[in-house]
Design a protein around this ligand. Structure first.
Ligand code: SF4
Length: 394
C-alpha cells in the first residue's frame, strides 16, 4: 500500500498529555457519537466564510495521547457497568468524585462516556476539521484501538478536506474503510471554481470530484455539504449549476445543505461590507435551491437539510423519487404572499417554525407577529436582521 499525506511538518514530539480533549464542533448527525479528538483545529483555516477555527493554531495530537483518551472512556464504561450496574442515573456526585479520584479518570471523559453509553454506544466521530490529514498508519492505530475496545461500533466518521483525500491513494482509503472508517463528511461548499477561488477553499471542482469519487469507490459513506448563498448575487447561478454538476459526478451518499451566514469574524464579512460580495436574500437562496435541485440528475443520494441555518428543513428526500416533493416545498415558499414569507422567515430564525404549515400554529404565530411589530421588521430590513439571528446560531 502506497501511503501519501499532506501532513503539516510541525508534528509535536515531546508534548505532555494535557488530558482528555474535545473539539468545538461535530456534524448535527453525530449528536449521539463519542467524540475522539485526534487533531486540534483546522490545518487549512483559510476559507473566507468559516469562523470556526480562526485565530486557533492547528496541531496533531500524539497518537499515544488519543489512545489515553480512549482508555479513559474504556475505564469509564467499565465503571458504569460494574460499579453502577449500567444505571447511569444511579451515579451520585459524591461517590463519583471519589471513584474518579481513585481511578484517575477525568470528569470530562466520564461525562462523555455516560452520554455515549446512554445513546447506545453505536458511533464515534473523529475530531477536528480534517482527521484524514493524519498519516494513514497513525489513523489506523486509532481505528484499530477503537474497534478492539468497542467491537460493536457501527460507524466511525470524520470530517475531511477534499484536497487531503485527493492526495491519498485509493488503496489507503480502502484500508481505512477495512479498519472501520465508514463515513466521511466533506465541505464541497461549491462546485464553481470561481466561487471556490473567491472563498479561498483551496480546492478545485475537479479535485472535489476526484476526491468524492475516491471515497465512494472505497465503499465509505460520503456526505457532501453544499452551501446555498455562497455564490452571492453575482455567481448564484453558476454556483448552483456547477455544484449540481459536481455532485452528479460524485453521486455521494448524502448531500447536506448548510446555508451561508456571515459572522463578523470572517474575511467574508469584510468583503460583504466593502461591497465585493453581494449577499443573497432568503428568497434568492430558495430560488437558487430550485435551480440546484432541478439540475441534480442521475444520482441516488439522500438530500438532508439538518442544519439550523437552513430556512426550509422540510426540503429533504431521496433522489430521484423525492425530487419533485422537494421542489414543491420550495415553490410553496416562493408563492407565499410577502407578509406570510416574512412571518415564516422570522419564526424559523427564532426557532419556532420548522415547516411552512407551522405558520398556522396560533400561539407561535402570535409570538412571531409580536416580534415583527416590536422590532419593526419588514421586507426591507428582514434579511439584515435575519443575518444577525443566523450568526447567533453558529
Ligand atoms: S477547511 Fe473547513 S474548517 Fe477549515 S477553514 Fe475551511 S470550512 Fe473551516
Amino acid at each position: 500500500m502506497k501511503i501519501e499525506n499532506d501532513i503539516p511538518n510541525k508534528e509535536k514530539e515531546e508534548e505532555p498529555y494535557l488530558g482528555f480533549e474535545q473539539g468545538p464542533i461535530r456534524p448535527p448527525s453525530e449528536a449521539f457519537s463519542l467524540l475522539i479528538r485526534i487533531t486540534r483545529n483546522c490545518p487549512w483555516n483559510r476559507c473566507a466564510f468559516c469562523p470556526v477555527y480562526k485565530g486557533s493554531h492547528f496541531s496533531i495530537r500524539p497518537v499515544e495521547h488519543v489512545l489515553k483518551d480512549i482508555d479513559q472512556i474504556v475505564r469509564s464504561i467499565s465503571l458504569i457497568d460494574l460499579r453502577f450496574g449500567g444505571d447511569v442515573y444511579a451515579v451520585d456526585k459524591t461517590t463519583l468524585k471519589a471513584l474518579l479520584e481513585d481511578t484517575g479518570i477525568e470528569m470530562q471523559a466520564f461525562i462523555s462516556a455516560i452520554n455515549w453509553y446512554s445513546a447506545g454506544m453505536r458511533s464515534v466521530f473523529l475530531q477536528d476539521a480534517n482527521s484524514l490529514v493524519l498519516p494513514t498508519e497513525q489513523l489506523l492505530i486509532v481505528l484499530n484501538r477503537l474497534l478492539q475496545c468497542f467491537p460493536h461500533i457501527q460507524r466511525i466518521t470524520s470530517y475531511a478536506r477534499a484536497q487531503t483525500i485527493y492526495k491519498k491513494s485509493l488503496d489507503e482509503m480502502i484500508h481505512l474503510k477495512e479498519h472501520g472508517l465508514n463515513r466521511i463528511h466533506i465541505g464541497l461548499e461549491s462546485g464553481s471554481d470561481k466561487v471556490l477561488k473567491f472563498m479561498k477553499k483551496g480546492v478545485t471542482k475537479e479535485q472535489h470530484i476526484e476526491a468524492g469519487q475516491k471515497v465512494m469507490k472505497a465503499g465509505i459513506e460520503l456526505s457532501e455539504y453544499y452551501m446555498p448563498g455562497l455564490g452571492g448575487k453575482d455567481l448564484w447561478k453558476e454556483h448552483a449549476l456547477e455544484s449540481a454538476d459536481a455532485l452528479n459526478q460524485i453521486n455521494p451518499t448524502f448531500i447536506r445543505l448548510r446555508t451561508l451566514a456571515i459572522p463578523s469574524n470572517t474575511p467574508l464579512f469584510e468583503e460583504w461590507t466593502s461591497g465585493n460580495f453581494k449577499k443573497c436574500t432568503d428568497e434568492e437562496i430558495i430560488r437558487e435551491l430550485v435551480c440546484f435541485i432541478e439540475h441534480l440528475e442521475g444520482i441516488n443520494s439522500i438530500l438532508k437539510s439538518d442544519h439550523i441555518l437552513n430556512l426550509l428543513p422540510e426540503v429533504e428526500g431521496k433522489f430521484p423519487e423525492e425530487k419533485g416533493k422537494m421542489l414543491v416545498v420550495l415553490h410553496d415558499f416562493i408563492n407565499l404572499p410577502e407578509y406570510e414569507k416574512l412571518v415564516f422567515q422570522v419564526g424559523r430564525r427564532l426557532g419556532l417554525f420548522e415547516r411552512l404549515s407551522d405558520r398556522m400554529n396560533f400561539q407561535k404565530r402570535a409570538i412571531v407577529e409580536q416580534i415583527i411589530q416590536q422590532y419593526s421588521i419588514c421586507s426591507d430590513n428582514v434579511d439584515d436582521i435575519i443575518n444577525q439571528f443566523m450568526c447567533q446560531m453558529l
